[in-house]
Structure formats: structure tokens, C-alpha cells
Design a protein around this ligand. Structure first.
Ligand code: NAD
Length: 245
């Protein structure tokens, strides 16, 4: 922890990359949890673009349930710690793989939502976007004015990352000298390439995870093992000069 605090305190430009693990303590299961939403709706059957086109009504059962879950959860101390660091000028931005919008709700401003967000919907045919409305649940997959089925405004497996978020993430990853990597299993690409990109440009990689990931021992310089909601407030306090460690 002391090494991580020092690295972050001395950073010229620090950036965070977050995955599903940072939101587990808010009550949103990650893909590695044995129970919860994903055991009932396996991502390879409900979160792929092929599954959406095969049977939109079927996959929308899961997306409505996820939206309902997301509407009832709150940011946790890890999200707030990142927002505090940004506000104090110690963090240039957050690249998140999460679709839960919890970084925004915690007060982070420069957030790249690499995989989109689940509280909005988009028409793949004409590009119209609007807010997700749970009240439409009884009618199955929402329809667009153009007649097509709308999908959640997230990057489904099998889809490419939109150019805007991709460019913004690359710009952050290649310009930082410290990257905090929090709660990601390093299995989902291209997000998993961001720490490697940062490392190639000389950045120090600080990883926080409850268990080693594919990054640990490879790209990670400093591994903070534990829950993000417990580790990140200590890290932020240390950097902002309030830690008692
Ligand atoms: P993942 O589910 O593959 O892995 C989560 C990682 O977080 C694991 O390595 C796990 O050990 C770690 N973890 C679990 N609890 C933690 C905690 N309290 N503190 C720190 N680490 C913890 O997640 P991923 O790598 O982000 O990939 C999953 C994909 O699915 C992402 O692309 C994301 O878009 C999506 N997803 C998003 C959400 C969300 O929006 N909250 C939830 C599930 C999945």
C-alpha cells in the first residue's frame, strides 16, 4: 500500500481502468460470481449480438431485470474514492468496462464508458437512442420508430467498441504514467489490452483485485489484494494526505 500511495502521489498523470469487480460491493454480481443474475442468464446466451438478433424478446427479459437491479444500487466507497482523486486533480480519468453508470453517480466526471451503459437503448438500424423504460417490460423487446428492434446501448459480445470511446481510452492509456487497474479479470478484449498499452509507454501498473488476475505477475507492478471498497479509500486517503497507515 505504501508503494502504491507513493507512486500515485508522485504521478504526473494517473488513470484508472475498472471492471465488474469494483461494483460487486454495490450488489452487482461480476461474471465470476457463482450465483446471481449471470448464473440464470449466461452471458454467452444473453449478452451476444447473435443472441439479440436470434430472439430479441428472449434477451430483453435479462436486460430488463439487469436495468431493474441497476436502478436499485448505489455507488460504493471505491467509486467515491476515484471521484475524490479526480476532484483533487490526482486522477485524469476513469475508463470503465462497466455498464452501470456508478462512476458518474459517484461524481467522477471524465469517464470513458468503454462498453456503453445499460440505462439507455439504441436502434442498430437507424441509430436512434433513448432512455431505457422499465414500464415497457410487459411488451418485450422495445421497438424503434423505424420499426426495428432496439438493443441496450451496450457493446454486446461480438460487437466492436465504438470509435469515440476507443480513441478516448487509448488516449488516456498512452498518456498516463500510473494506471490503477481495479476489479477486472483481464479476459475481455480489447479492454484487457489497455494496461499493456500503458506499460509499453512506461506507466506503473497498480492492480486491486480480491484474487490474482491474468495481469498479476505479468503487467502488474504493485498488487493490492482485497476488496476495492476497502482498498481504494485507504489509497485515496494516503494520496490526499489523510491516511493513518
Ligand atoms: P469479470 O466479471 O470478468 O471479473 C471481475 C473481477 O473482479 C475478478 O477478477 C474478481 O476477482 C474481481 N473482484 C470481485 N470482487 C471484487 C472486489 N470487491 N474488489 C476488487 N476486485 C473484485 O469482470 P470484467 O473483467 O469487468 O469483465 C466482465 C465484462 O462484463 C465487462 O466487459 C463488463 O462490461 C461486463 N460486466 C459489467 C458489470 C457492471 O456493469 N457492473 C457487471 C458484470 C459484467
Amino acid at each position: 500500500m505504501e508503494r502504491a500511495i507513493r507512486a500515485l502521489a508522485e504521478a504526473r498523470r494517473a488513470v484508472a481502468v475498472t471492471g465488474a469487480g469494483i461494483s460487486v460491493e454495490s450488489g452487482i454480481p461480476d461474471f465470476r460470481s457463482a450465483d446471481g443474475l449471470w448464473s440464470r442468464y449466461p452471458p454467452d446466451q444473453f449478452a451476444t449480438i447473435d443472441a439479440f438478433y436470434d430472439d430479441p424478446d428472449r434477451v430483453w427479459v435479462m436486460w430488463y431485470e439487469l436495468a431493474e437491479t441497476l436502478g436499485s444500487v448505489q455507488p460504493n466507497p471505491a467509486h467515491y474514492a476515484l471521484a475524490r482523486l479526480e476532484k483533487a486533480g490526482r486522477l485524469a480519468g476513469v475508463i470503465t468496462q462497466n455498464i452501470d453508470a456508478l462512476h458518474h453517480r459517484a461524481g467522477s466526471v471524465n469517464v470513458v464508458e468503454f462498453h456503453g451503459r445499460a440505462d439507455a437503448i439504441v436502434c442498430p438500424a437507424c441509430g436512434r437512442r433513448r432512455a431505457m423504460e422499465l414500464s415497457h417490460r410487459a411488451h418485450g423487446a422495445p421497438r424503434c420508430e423505424c420499426g426495428g428492434y432496439m438493443k441496450p446501448d451496450v457493446v454486446l459480445f461480438g460487437e466492436i467498441i465504438p470509435p469515440g470511446p476507443l480513441a478516448a481510452a487509448h488516449a488516456l492509456a498512452t498518456s498516463c504514467d500510473v494506471m490503477l487497474v481495479i476489479g477486472t479479470s483481464a479476459q475481455v478484449y480489447p479492454a484487457a489490452s489497455l494496461p499493456w498499452m500503458a506499460r509499453e509507454n512506461g506507466a506503473t501498473i497498480i492492480e486491486c483485485n480480491t484474487q490474482p488476475s491474468a495481469f498479476t505477475g505479468n503487467v502488474t507492478d504493485i498488487f493490492l489484494r482485497g476488496k476495492a471498497g476497502e482498498i481504494l479509500p485507504v489509497l485515496a486517503d494516503g494520496v490526499l494526505g489523510r491516511a493513518e497507515i
